[in-house]
Design a protein around this ligand. Structure first.
Ligand code: SAH
Length: 195
């Protein structure tokens, strides 16, 4: 393992741990806030577990040297791009949690007293948290020089995103009706001004 490759791995681990730390206070509030409606079905549980494989298990196996057959040489450029993407991802991850506050859930759930958030970063995007997870997944591909562990989270998060997007917006429409309809008309999904 070259030292460059180790640096990429370390930056990925630091970023991943930072994302968990950012989430801890919101997770505590979420656990205390009763759920009014849950659409967490088997599909949701499967795609959430895929995320563990992409973000945790495959990187872990590669750090343990078990995927070395798929390894390649790291470059300083890739490490720099990955670090920058990770930094932006963590900022967007933090902002989206702060703006959603007690309305945040790890899954498809409506909490007691749930309000529709349209301000802060949600003024520009309907799914900034998913934008941040995509950025982290792309950062992972640049930071981990392994053809299996690097792109793993892009694939697993794409599966989760595809299974969730329509169902989440349907749930929000059912709950907030015209208010969410109007909000949908004035915002993009993942990429500001684009989509
Ligand atoms: N898709 C959003 C939120 C992810 S967390 C994002 O990427 O930023 C998922 C939960 O957030 C959903 O179950 C829903 O209950 C809640 N949620 C999503 N958008 C919301 C909004 N604009 N206002 C309030 N709650 C929202």
């Amino acid at each position: 393992m070259t030292s460059q490759l180790r640096i990429g791995n370390i930056i990925f681990v630091v970023g991943f741990v930072a994302s968990i730390v950012i989430r801890i206070p919101y997770d505590k509030v979420s656990q205390k806030t009763p759920i009014n409606e849950s659409r967490k079905d088997v599909l949701e549980k499967i795609v959430l577990s895929f995320m563990v494989v992409g973000l945790l298990i495959l990187p872990g196996l590669s750090f343990a040297g078990l995927l070395s057959f798929a390894g390649y040489r790291a470059t300083p450029g890739a490490c720099t791009v990955g670090t920058s993407l990770m930094a932006v991802s963590l900022w967007v991850f933090h902002r989206s949690h702060a703006d959603l506050g007690r309305n945040w859930s790890v899954s498809l759930e409506i909490r007691e007293g749930h309000s529709l958030v349209t301000g802060g970063i949600y003024r520009y995007l309907r799914h900034p948290m998913y934008t941040s997870i995509y950025l982290m997944a792309i950062a992972q591909a640049f930071l981990i020089s392994n053809w299996l562990a690097g792109p793993a989270a892009i694939i697993t998060f794409t599966l989760m995103f595809l299974s969730r997007l329509g169902r989440e917006e349907r749930m929000m429409l059912d709950r907030f009706g015209p208010a969410y309809e109007a909000y949908r008309r004035t915002t993009k999904r993942l990429v500001p001004w684009v989509w």
